[in-house]
Ligand binder design. Structure first.
Ligand SMILES: Cc1cc2nc3c(=O)[nH]c(=O)nc-3n(C[C@H](O)[C@H](O)[C@H](O)COP(=O)(O)OP(=O)(O)OC[C@H]3O[C@@H](n4cnc5c(N)ncnc54)[C@H](O)[C@@H]3O)c2cc1C
Length: 417
């Protein structure tokens, strides 16, 4: 059997997941990360059963249990009154969907993927090498690279190229020429607090979402419950910023003035105000996204495919951006596994991958957009939301279409006629 080579640009959660999934299917993988180390800026993410199930399938269940938290409940509360608007039991998800709902420090998730990749003899990881562009031919694709000092490096050659280079993807620009992502007009303030250092009444082993007009705040435990992750979303822009650019946003990450966030949540009820007072160092992210995908060709063309935020950056109001990157990785591995003399060629396999993924990703992007409007609603829409949650309860918060996703079945990829 001929071994094929997948080149991956970007070693975030998406690129690392793709390297692991594709290496497990027998492909040689060469991954190029621009940064000097594999790292994730400190904050948590939620991963639904659709994602946990995939990680378990890749043999990461035990490693995940060691570092994640598994909250028993999601509670939705009103920012101003503190009233509980709705609840969803998360403990039952393992029974319903075959895997639990987890919350995890993103550095821990990247680390467990990285450790699994390092154990694969058919993956080579390169740090400090930035993808510059590509040249796709009939039989191979070349990835042009630069080192940290900006010097050109010899191009890498492979059978397929994956752009997993995030929101500001260079490979996307060469593939689609569709300009930068858009500013959403929302800002995110993120912080991590040691639970042991919080007053007992502020510690939590649940996911809590506090909803208010033009704002919401989510908190949940990570690192086995030792840390509480808190992220507050408000409408606003950075002064003078009209067009986003990676340089201007410096990868979204800015030290933040806690007073700005506390002022934005000035009307918060006592327990939420106490939490905002107790949590110290906040960092500010300027939120960008792209509109939902409209066709498969936005996710793959010829020998080049996109994955994760490079393909479908979304608002985090469904907590599934990294989840979709991990689902993409599984679908890509499934498609590439079938490449061979008796199966599809690489462009056909990548077209199949794109066909499997784009509508799912578009649905999640669209739902995340809609959730933002509902979470931040004021006036009659807010009253309707609260009433619907009271009447429909768990039925509104549980999402079988999202959490029940299963990877494509084998033998689904067709050869090109
Ligand atoms: C406030 C907030 C909360 C969120 N909460 C959740 C959540 O609860 N659940 C969830 O699933 N998702 C969540 N997300 C979304 C999630 O963080 C992203 O969707 C996910 O991290 C995307 O992973 P990625 O690997 O595609 O991109 P990235 O994480 O951006 O990784 C891209 C990698 O490529 C590298 N790179 C960039 N350019 C180049 C280049 N030219 N050459 C080589 N390497 C390059 C970068 O250094 C980086 O390592 C949240 C996002 C935000 C902003």
């Amino acid at each position: 059997m001929t071994t094929r080579t997948l080149l991956v640009a970007g070693g975030g959660i998406g690129g690392m997941a793709a390297a692991l999934a594709c290496a497990r299917q027998g492909w040689d993988v060469r991954l190029y990360e621009r940064a000097a180390a594999f790292s994730e800026v400190g904050a948590g993410i939620q991963i639904g059963p659709n994602v946990v199930r995939l990680l378990q399938g890749w043999g990461l269940g035990e490693a995940l249990r060691a570092v994640a938290a598994f909250p028993a409940r999601l509670r939705v509360r009103d920012v101003a009154s503190g009233r509980t608007l709705g609840e969803l039991g998360l403990a039952g998800m393992a029974g319903r969907y075959g895997a639990p709902y987890a919350t995890i420090h993103r550095a821990d998730l990247l680390q467990l993927l990285h450790a699994a990749v390092q154990a694969c003899p058919n993956v080579a990881l390169q740090l400090g090498q930035a993808a510059e562009g590509f040249a796709a031919g009939a039989d191979a694709v070349q990835l042009q690279l630069r080192d940290a000092a900006g010097r050109a490096l010899p191009a890498a050659e492979g059978d397929a190229l994956l752009g997993a280079d995030g929101l500001w993807s260079r490979l996307r620009q060469q593939l689609l020429h569709d300009g930068p992502p858009r500013l959403t007009g929302h800002l995110a303030y993120r912080a991590l607090a040691a639970q042991a250092e919080l007053p007992p009444e502020l510690r939590s082993d649940e996911v809590t979402a506090w909803l208010g007009p033009r704002q919401h705040l989510v908190c949940y435990p990570v690192r086995g419950g030792a840390l509480l992750n808190v992220v507050g979303f408000v409408h606003g822009r950075l002064p003078g910023m009209h067009t986003p650019s990676p340089d201007a946003l410096a990868d979204w990450d800015h030290g933040a003035n806690a007073a700005e966030l506390r002022a934005a949540f000035a009307g918060a009820c006592a327990p939420l105000a106490a939490l905002l007072q107790a949590v110290g160092a906040w960092r500010l992210w300027v939120m960008c996204d792209r509109p939902p995908m409209t066709r498969a060709a936005q996710q793959a063309r010829g020998r080049v495919a996109l994955l994760g935020d490079a393909a479908h950056p979304m608002r985090p109001y469904l907590a599934q951006g990294a989840g979709m990157a991990i689902e993409d990785a599984e679908a890509l591995a499934h498609a590439l596994r079938q490449v061979g003399p008796a199966g599809p060629d690489v462009p056909a396999a990548l077209a199949h991958y794109a066909g499997e993924r784009w509508q799912r990703n578009a649905s999640v992007q669209a739902r995340a957009l809609r959730n933002g409007r509902i979470y931040h609603a004021a006036g009659p829409l807010r009253l309707g939301r609260d009433l619907a949650m009271a009447v429909l309860g768990e039925g509104l918060l549980d999402m079988p279409w999202l959490y029940g996703w299963r990877p494509p079945r084998p033998a689904a990829v067709r050869s090109r006629e």
